[in-house]
Structures are given as C-alpha cells and as structure tokens.
Design a protein around this ligand. Structure first.
Ligand SMILES: [Zn+2]
Length: 80
C-alpha cells in the first residue's frame, strides 16, 4: 500500500519534469522562428520563405514548402 503510493508520487514528479522540459523546448523553438514564419501561410501553395506561389509540381510534401533550393536552405538555416 505504502510502496505503491510512493511509486505514484514518483511518476507524478517525473511527468511534471517531463512536461516542463517539453514546454521549455517549445518556447525556445518559438523564439527562434522569425515572426514571418510563425504566421500560417494563407495558401499551402506558397513558399514559406519568400511567399512566392508554388506550382503543384514544385510543392514539397511535409512541413517545408519552398520554391527553390535557395529558399529551402534559408528555411532550414532559420530553424536551427
Ligand atoms: Zn521562395
């Protein structure tokens, strides 16, 4: 009885620490993203870096949508 109570407390403590760390990482990531990039793009077919419209064929699936290798490079650099 007593032991399981102690274990529950330990788990709670660990979860608190984990969520605190996650929040810190999130805030740091947010502060590194330029204001321009934190805005949601009006269209999914626009370059995330320069805002130029993308042709469907050039749209990159996933998180990054950029019009050219140069913009892709700039976007990746800004993320770091
Ligand atoms: Zn671009």
């Amino acid at each position: 009885m007593h032991r399981s109570w102690f274990r529950t407390k330990l788990v709670e403590k660990r979860e608190q620490v984990t969520s605190k760390v996650k929040e810190g990482v999130k805030q740091r990531a947010r502060s590194l993203v330029p204001a321009q990039l934190t805005k949601k793009p009006e269209s999914m077919d626009k370059c995330m870096v320069c805002g130029k419209s993308l042709k469907r064929s050039t749209a990159i699936s996933g998180e990054g949508r950029v019009c050219s290798p140069a913009c892709a490079h700039a976007w990746v650099r800004d993320l770091k």
